[in-house]
Design a protein around this ligand. Structure first.
Ligand code: URA
Length: 197
């Protein structure tokens, strides 16, 4: 089966998933989207209002900022794959619950195994803590971890993980926006290094 077929199978399962309670309140699940051959994958937290309405990741205000950050380093959505830890919107955008993370992340794991990215950028503390734990690495606060590069193994794959802030946080606080801009420069450098290999 091609990567596209494998990803379509994941999407179909996400649509039919009843693994936690979130499907009851959602309008649309948000499986993820982008280039299945991408070298870089972005992992966010969970759909917000507009993502739930449209069934697509990062299409609200945080998504607009993400697009700007990508464009500053010469990337567009077509160059990356983007998925969230949770595929359904938590009510009032509350934090993901441990049970929800446990029920939903097998989808994300499969997406990572299909895409086989060289680089994973985690957006915010929830995605960061999930991915670093998966790599068997200690989890600290996002303020300490952001912009660091972790050469590690996840799900049998050799990857570089770069944690950064969640773009939604940067909408309210300039320091996070600056942090994201700096961290995206690190993403750019790491991608250039990988291309040289
Ligand atoms: N925030 C996220 O973490 N993911 C989205 O898709 C949108 C906002």
């Amino acid at each position: 089966m091609s990567k596209q077929d494998l990803m379509r199978a994941v999407v179909t399962e996400v649509i039919g998933c009843r693994g936690c309670e979130l499907w009851k309140q959602r309008r649309n699940p948000v499986p993820g989207e982008g280039n299945v051959d991408a070298a870089v994958m972005f992992v966010g937290e969970a759909p917000g209002y507009w993502e739930d309405v449209k069934g697509r990741p990062f299409v609200g205000a945080a998504g607009k900022l993400l697009d700007e950050l990508l464009s500053e380093i010469g990337l567009s959505r077509g160059d990356i794959y983007i998925a969230n830890l949770l595929k359904c919107r938590p009510p009032e955008n509350r934090d993901p619950l441990p049970d929800e993370v446990e029920a939903c992340t097998p989808f994300l794991n499969r997406q990572i195994q299909i895409i086989r990215p060289r680089l994973i950028v985690t957006l915010g503390r929830h995605a960061t803590s999930y991915i670093l734990s998966k790599a068997g690495l200690p989890v600290e606060g996002i303020t300490k971890l952001h912009g660091r590069t972790f050469n590690t193994r996840i799900l049998g794959l050799q990857v570089v993980v770069i944690p950064t802030f969640h773009p939604a946080a940067a909408l309210y606080q300039l320091k996070y926006k600056r942090g994201l801009e700096d961290d995206f420069q690190i993403v750019k450098l790491e991608l250039e290094k990988l291309e040289e290999l």
